[in-house]
Structures are given as C-alpha cells and as structure tokens.
Design a protein around this ligand. Structure first.
Ligand SMILES: Nc1nc2c(c(=O)[nH]1)N[C@H]1C(S)=C(S)[C@@H](COP(=O)(O)OP(=O)(O)OC[C@H]3O[C@@H](n4cnc5c(=O)[nH]c(N)nc54)[C@H](O)[C@@H]3O)O[C@H]1N2
Ligand SMILES: Nc1nc2c(c(=O)[nH]1)N[C@H]1C(S)=C(S)[C@@H](COP(=O)(O)OP(=O)(O)OC[C@H]3O[C@@H](n4cnc5c(=O)[nH]c(N)nc54)[C@H](O)[C@@H]3O)O[C@H]1N2
Ligand code: SF4
Ligand SMILES: [Mo]
Length: 858
C-alpha cells in the first residue's frame, strides 16, 4: 500500500506556491497569516504572532506529513496523548462525519498519537477514504482544536478567553443551570445538537438533557424532499430519513438502466457511492443529470439538463403529464398499489369510505402506541366488472379513471383528480418556467419510463421553498411509472438517521419539547409555542452543532437567539463560531479518542470504532461530560457507568438483540446490518394511513406540528409554486438579481473540517464561484475579492470564474467560520423563511448582488 499521506503531501507542495507569509491575506491562524497580533490565543497560550514566528508555516499539515516544524512537534507533544506510549502501530479507525459512510480504515498511531490514515482493502465500507478522512489526524492536533475548558473574559464574540479547570467549568455551569431550572424549569435551557449526534457517545449524552427537560432546537436540514416522499410512500421506520429504494445501493445500482441525478453532486458529497455509480455506468447504466450548473456529476453524465433553479417540481409534473398523455403510465401498478382508484368526495376532498355508505367500520389489530384497536373503514372504489361501487378491500379490478355519484356523493377517482391537476404542466407551457425546451422535457419523460429507473436527489432540489413539492412530485413520478420495489428502481436515498434506545435516552420516561430552529425566533418573541405560554429561554447548550453559521441567516440567529441568552455553553472538538459566541467552551473528544458505535449510516448498518488514542489535551467524550454535569447537579446516580457500560446499555434493545448485535459482536465484526435488505416497499406494503401509495393525500400533515393554522387543500396533490425569493419578478430579485447557492464542499463536512489544512490550502479562504459573464458585467476578474450582499448580510470571498456556473447563479463551498472571512460571512445571506409543511431550511432560496470589495467593513 502506498504511503498516502506522503503522496498527498507531495501533491500539496505542488499546489502550494505561496510564500510562507502570504496565505492570500486571510486574517486568522487557519490560514496561518495572522493580523490578530497580541490576541492571546487560548489554544496554545502563545500570541498569534509569536506562534507564527515560531512556525513560519501553516499549522498541522506539515507536522503530520512528516516534515514537522519544531512548533508543530511542540503542539502535538502538548496534546498529552503520548503518555510514554512510544513506538508505531496500525489500528482500525473509523470516520464519523455525520450521515456519511463511517469508513473503516487503518490509522497509524505513533508515540500515542494518530498520524496517518490509509485504506483498509478489507473494509466493508470506505475502501477509499476521502480527503476528509485522510485529514482527520491534522484536525486532531490543529490550532483550532478546543483543548481545555475556557471561560470568556471579553465581550461575547471578542475571542478573549481564560483557561479554566474542568472543576471550575462544571461548577460554574451547574450553578447557573440550577438557578434557571429552579426558577423557570428545565425548558428554559435550549440545547442545540447537529449531525455529529449519530455517534452513541454523542447522542447518548442527550440522556442528561432529557432528564432535565431541556428544549431541543431542531436543525431543519434535509427534510423537505423526505417529507414529500414520505407523504406519498410512508416510512418503514418512522422518524428516520428513508425513501423507497432498494438496499444495498452498492448492489442495486447495477440493476438500474437509467439513473436520474437531481441536484446532487455525488462525486463530492458521497464519494463512496460515486464509484459504484461510475461502475454501473461502465456496465451500461445511463446517467441523467439535472442540475443548473456543471458539476463532476453532469460532466460524467450521459445527458445533462440545465434546469432553472427552483423549478424542478414543475419539470417533474410536466414529465408526469407527458407520460400520461402518451399512455406510458404503469396502469397495473397504479391500480394495485396506489390510491389512484379510490373515490374522492367532491364536497370534502377526502376519500369516500364504506361508512359513508352505511357500512359500520370493523375493529382491526391493536395499535402499538395507542393500545387501542384500529378501525377499519375502507375507501370505496368503482368496480369495473360489476359496474358499481365496492370496498377497495374487495374489488380486484377497480376503475382508475372516472366520476360518478355514489350514495348521493359526487365522486371522482384520485387518479382522475391528479391527471386533471397536471394538465397545467404541459411541456410547452412549462418550457419557460424550467428554461428548457419542450422536446427536452418530453425526452426526460421517456427516460423516466425506460426502466429500471433509479432516482437520486440532493440538496439542490430542496434548496428552495418548494422542496417538499419536489419530494411529493417525485413520489408521484415513481407511482405513475411504477418504478418502485423492483431491482434497480426507486429512490436511492442519501441519508438515514436511525436507532435510538429510548429507555437509555429517556430514563425518567418524560419526553422533551423540540422546536425547529426556523421557528425559534418567533417562539422567543411571542413567549408562546403551539398557542401556549412557553418558559423564557435563559441558557443555551450548543453541543456538536453549527448553530451559529451553520443555519440560515447567521446575523438574525445571533441577534435573536444568541444575544438573548444569559448563559451559553459550547462543547465541541473545534473552535467554531458557536464556540466564539459562548461563555464557557468545553473540549470534546475526537473520533479516535473514544470507543463508539454509530447508527446513522447510508447502509442500515450499526458500526463500531475502537478507541485508538487517548483524548488529546483535556478533551472528554460527550457522555463523560454529561456525567460530570449530572454529578454537579446532584443527579449523578443516572450516570454511574463508564464509556463501555453506556455503549452496552444503549445497544441493549430488543430489535438489536434479536439480530445478535451486541458490543462484543460489534467489536469483532465492526459492521452489522440491522435492517434486512429490501426493507418495505418490495412487498407492495406501504407505510401510509391507507397502506397504499398516496400521491393524493387526504390529510396532508406538516412535518412538525407547530400548532399553525394551515390550508391543507393545495397540499393534497403535488404542485409547483415558485421559490420564495429566488425567482424572476420577486421583490428580492428585483433588488438582488443573482441567486446564491451553497456547495457541500469536498474537503469539509459542513463546518467540520474548516480546520483541516489540505482543502484550505487549495481554496485559500472563502471563495465564490461565478459565471464569467456575470463577473464581466460587474468589472470582476478571477481572483478579485468580492463582496456578496443582500439585506441580511454580506460576505467577502475570492471570485473564482467558472463558465460551468449558470449565469445568474453564484455558488460557495459552505462551512468556513466567520473569522476565516476578511469581512462578513456568506452564511449570513440565506433566510430563515420556511414552508410551514416542510419546516426546512431553503439554503439556495437566496438573492444577492456582488461587487468588487473595496476593503471596507473590516
Ligand atoms: N464533502 C461533503 N459531503 C457531504 C456533505 C458535506 O458537507 N461535505 N454534507 C452531507 C449532507 S448532510 C448533505 S445534505 C449532502 C448534500 O449533497 P449534495 O446535494 O450532493 O450537495 P450540494 O453541493 O448541495 O449539491 C447540490 C447540487 O444541486 C444543484 N442545484 C442547485 N439548485 C438546483 C435546482 O434548482 N435544481 C437542481 N436540479 N439542482 C440544483 C447545485 O448546482 C449542486 O450541484 O452532502 C452530504 N455529503
Ligand atoms: N449556508 C448553508 N448552511 C448549511 C447548509 C447549506 O447548504 N448552506 N447545509 C445544511 C445541512 S444539509 C446540514 S445537514 C447542516 C448540518 O449542520 P450541523 O450538523 O450542525 O453542522 P456541522 O458543522 O457538522 O456541526 C457539527 C459540529 O459538531 C462538532 N463535533 C464533531 N464531533 C463531536 C463530538 O464528538 N462532540 C461534540 N460535542 N461535537 C462534535 C463539529 O466539530 C461541528 O462543529 O448544515 C446546514 N447548513
Ligand atoms: S468523510 Fe465519509 S467518505 Fe470520507 S473518509 Fe469519512 S466516512 Fe469516508
Ligand atoms: Mo444535510
């Protein structure tokens, strides 16, 4: 096996032609060029300037790539992990970037410190770790690691800290929390977690917050399409992100003839899957990319269609219209598996049921949650053979189309209503909306029936206010084409969240309140939630979350949430913007520093990672921090165990036990599948209220009940409505004519990895990609510093001219911290606006203007 790290280092030197004192002028240590002279750096105890004088080079990479500077050795030695453990060994390590693959690879441990990552050819997952995995050792001993507990000494956000002991930190926090809990109740303390919570040592720590009844802040990301799809197809394991595809992807993708890639940049964002897709293509699968921008995916695709941003639901419905107009729909599937034949009452728009015709409902099986029998009241269909109405449970040949009067009710089939609704999306009528030719739309319609067809979607199609309609529209397209439940067909979903042991997490049996971050400012302003008074929020615990900078409208989050908190604590591995705005900062243990179990992979596997080094500096795993806090609060009895016993307890639940999944088994096998392959769907079983594919939804529910008064009528069938602001003619766009979309950057996982050195060396700070024509019109040249701005904020980035970007669209690799900008932060530009049914962030529904930066606002 080649020496990957050295190879990468060689590549890095090729790229790295800047003089050591010029990192493109970026102002903070992350790029090594410091203007923050005299600032006391809590991380090292050195001032920035003296640190830089000692190193003269970018932190991290050099040390670990073998060419360490004395200061880098000093930092790594200071990490305290060596502990006399000398020599070199290779250990199995696990990467846990939330929602990725948790690649299992080899980690070289030298003198008690992780120094190098290399592939494990026998690993079940991630035989080709990505840049993020390779750079983990850099991050563990980076300047940006939170090393010790610290307390703020200057104003919030001023970045002045004093190192304190764990004892002092815990005593301060618990005293404050006790006061708030006594006076206002546990709900007055907000806790914000993020995608790192898929690890048991991280999610398990919510046991404390649940006992104390803290209010959870939900992050509102990725849910729009899932909610739309689940409205149509249901969810085989309620609460998790899944969609009707076949598992495992790595095998099933080879069964597909056609693969639609909707707004998805798989080669950068799911690199492990990308190689299977490329292999499938080599074996004959045809890849269709639908993306306004040129990406690696569209470059490799067999056909690439540029769609107007935010118009995908219209395109999808136009394809459905065309498929039906040409008679290409899968009638047998529609009749057998969907609500298509169900008769819909004209008066209520709900299904006509046997009880409407005087047939009493019967008792069904007992519902596991309510412990009451379910009531069976089948919808009515029009039976073709007998030429009359009949219970859907009895008819074997229902009519799919038609309208009748039954039992005095005017009715029409759900299918007929759907067909009527898509008539306004004829290719000619939609061409302008989607900015494609009618012929291209027709071609896509034909490809969508040339099966087996797999669909993959990304953030692109749910980056706008109408993302839910993309999801329900995709559900409809699957239903009309019958592309579900057979090999190679369906939605190859891109994220799962699953597996929680409720008795471990909620030992007192009381559940907590969750408030979506998009709705939180309103709750804070009105003091009410779901129409009832809610306790005032006094404190915030940010535990592994990019609450500041990783949610829309950073400035508003700071002004309306952060600034209103009396006391903020942040527990993280790296010094993020969330840490910057906190009062007490605590160091969390990194991936290799604690034995862990992971239950949120793309593959329905539970995975195990051993502890391979001691926590660096004074870091502690989240659950151990919870234990200290619990002890300080006098409820230590709930945390009597240790890392190992907590893992055992969390794994101890029937669904896992039945499959022999225990900590010991995991230690041996590393990866164990916990949901059988081909879950749901394949057997024609759908997890909806009617048990059928509900492209017509009787009672559309919001993803999260916020107690809002919602008009459900327009939600029953998928539809297109334009994005909230990123659409020609909106007030926002008249003022700010460009659309700014994020890019999930290949070298970072969200903000995770802002401290990883390799990608930073390539990008050299915030960049914004733009079409050369847009640049020219504004006098911007490649490499210029530009200010991107709107009413919500601004951010200065280096312009990267890229003819592959759609004119009128800017794109930025997201995830840097505010202090990595010369001014502002691109994360301040998107809005907290939400579709109340999806309750999801629309990161791309953002209008901006851009100009050459004049160096102001520093
Ligand atoms: N390296 C890396 N990988 C990651 C992550 C990360 O941060 N870094 N994050 C993970 C997570 S949580 C997520 S949610 C995923 C996101 O994974 P992706 O969705 O693959 O990531 P994006 O970079 O947001 O890519 C979105 C694509 O949508 C396109 N797009 C924009 N607007 C539209 C539109 O209106 N219609 C269509 N059809 N396309 C549009 C953009 O041009 C872009 O190519 O990545 C996961 N994987
Ligand atoms: N502008 C913009 N913002 C976006 C998006 C976008 O496209 N544009 N995408 C959004 C999407 S799709 C998503 S899924 C979200 C993700 O949002 P988050 O999950 O909140 O984002 P991360 O930056 O991954 O934050 C996780 C934090 O956990 C920390 N961490 C890692 N391990 C541990 C640990 O063991 N313990 C503790 N305590 N902390 C740990 C990491 O250092 C990091 O600071 O971001 C969203 N934000
Ligand atoms: S980020 Fe994902 S693909 Fe990359 S090494 Fe980690 S788990 Fe593997
Ligand atoms: Mo995400």
């Amino acid at each position: 096996m080649g020496d990957i790290l050295k190879d990468c280092a060689r590549g890095r030197h090729q790229l790295h032609r800047l003089p050591a004192d010029d990192r493109g002028g970026y102002p903070d240590t992350i790029f090594g060029g410091g203007e923050m002279s005299g600032t006391n750096d809590p991380h090292t105890g050195l001032t920035r300037r003296s640190f830089l004088k000692t190193t003269g080079l970018v932190a991290g990479a050099t040390a670990l790539a073998g060419g360490a500077t004395p200061a880098m050795h000093a930092l790594a030695a200071e990490s305290g992990t060596a502990n006399g453990d000398s020599g070199e060994k290779v250990m199995p390590g696990r990467c846990y970037f939330g929602g990725c693959f948790s690649c299992n690879y080899n980690v070289t441990v030298r003198d008690g410190r992780a120094v190098k990552v290399s592939p494990d050819p026998d690993a079940l997952f991630g035989r080709r770790p990505c840049l993020k995995g390779y750079s983990l050792p850099q991050r563990m001993y980076s300047q940006e690691r939170i090393k010790y507990p610290m307390k703020r000494i200057g104003e919030r956000g001023q970045n002045q800290w004093e190192r304190i002991s764990w004892e002092e930190a815990i005593a301060t926090i618990t005293e404050k929390w006790k006061g708030y809990i006594d006076q206002y109740g546990g709900q007055s303390i907000l806790v914000s977690t993020g995608s790192s919570g898929a690890r048991f040592t991280v999610s398990g720590a919510s046991r404390l917050e649940n006992i104390l009844q803290f209010t959870n802040v939900e992050m509102c990301a990725d849910w729009a399409v899932y909610h739309g799809l689940q409205r149509v197809y249901g969810n085989p394991a309620t609460g998790i992100m899944t969609a009707p595809g076949n598992e495992p992807f790595e095998e099933d993708i080879f069964n597909a003839k056609t693969v639609f890639m909707w707004g998805n940049n798989l080669s950068e964002t799911y690199t492990q899957r990308w190689r299977y897709l490329m292999e499938a293509q080599e074996q004959g699968a045809r890849i269709i990319s639908i993306d306004p921008n040129e990406t690696t995916v569209s470059a490799h695709a067999d056909e690439w269609y540029t769609v107007r941003p935010g118009s995908d639901p219209a395109l999808m419905l136009s394809m459905v219209q065309e498929i039906i107009a040409e008679g290409l729909q899968d009638t047998a599937y529609l009749k057998r598996d969907t609500v298509g034949p169900f008769l819909v009452r004209d008066d209520t728009k709900e299904f006509l049921r046997m009880s409407d015709l005087g047939v009493e409902p019967t008792e069904g099986p007992v519902n596991a949650t309510t412990k009451k029998p379910t009531m069976i009241d089948p919808p009515v269909v029009w039976d073709a053979a007998s030429g009359k109405e009949m219970s859907s449970a009895e008819s074997t040949d229902p009519e799919l189309e038609g309208s009748w009067t039954v039992g005095g009710f005017k009715v029409k089939t759900a299918y007929s209503l759907m067909v009527e609704s898509v008539q306004e999306y004829k290719p000619e009528d939609v061409a302008d909306i989607v900015d494609m030719s009618a012929d291209d739309i027709r071609r896509l319609a034909r490809l969508a029936v040339d099966g087996p067809v797999s669909h993959m979607f990304g953030l692109g199609s749910q980056a706008y206010d109408n993302g839910l309609q993309f999801g329900s529209g995709l559900g409809l397209l699957l239903a009309v084409t019958g592309m579900v439940g057979k090999p190679g067909a369906g939605v190859q979903a891109t994220a799962f969240m699953g597996m929680r042991n409720a008795s471990f997490l909620f030992p007192t049996g009381t559940f907590t309140t969750t408030i979506p971050v998009l709705h939180l400012p309103e709750v804070m302003e009105t003091g009410t939630f779901k129409g009832k008074d809610y306790p005032p929020f006094k404190a915030l615990y940010i535990r592994g979350s990019a609450l500041v900078g990783g949610r829309p409208d950073k400035n508003k989050i700071i002004a309306e949430i952060i600034d209103k908190m009396e006391f903020i604590v942040c527990l993280d591995v790296a010094f993020t913007d969330s840490a910057l705005y906190s009062d007490i900062v605590l160091p969390a243990a990194h991936y290799y520093e604690v034995e862990d179990v992971y239950g949120a992979t793309l593959s329905y596997h539970v995975q195990h990672g051993p502890k391979i080094v001691e926590p660096a500096f004074e870091a502690k795993p989240d659950l151990q921090v919870a234990k200290l806090l619990a002890e300080g609060l006098g409820i230590g009895a709930y945390f009597e165990g240790d890392d190992e016993s907590w893992l055992r307890e969390q794994l101890n639940f029937p669904a896992l036990a039945a499959q022999g999944i225990t900590l010991d088994a995991l230690r041996e096998k590393k990866d164990m599948r916990y949901i059988p392959a081909g879950v749901g769907y394949a057997d024609g079983k759908y997890y909806t209220p009617t048990g059928k594919v509900e492209f017509y939804c009787e009672k559309p529910l919001p993803r999260v009940d916020l107690g809002l008064d919602l008009d459900v009528a327009p939600e029953r069938l998928p539809r297109f409505y334009p994005p909230y602001e990123a659409w020609p003619g909106t007030e926002a766009m008249k003022k700010y004519p460009l659309i700014l979309i994020p890019e999930h950057s290949r070298g970072r996982f969200h903000t995770g990895g802002f401290d990883g050195v390799w990608l930073n060396e390539i990008e050299r700070g915030p960049i914004v990609r733009m079409n050369p024509d847009d640049a020219k019109a504004r006098g911007i040249e490649d490499g210029d510093d530009v200010e991107v701005y709107n009413d919500r904020g601004n951010g200065v980035a280096r312009a990267v001219l890229d003819a592959g970007k759609r004119p009128g669209m800017l794109q930025y690799p997201k995830g840097l911290q505010g202090r990595q900008y010369k001014s502002g932060d691109l994360a301040s530009l998107c809005s907290l606006h939400m579709d109340p049914f999806a309750v999801n962030s629309s990161f791309g529904d953002t209008c901006v203007e851009v100009r050459k930066w004049d160096g102001g606002n520093e």
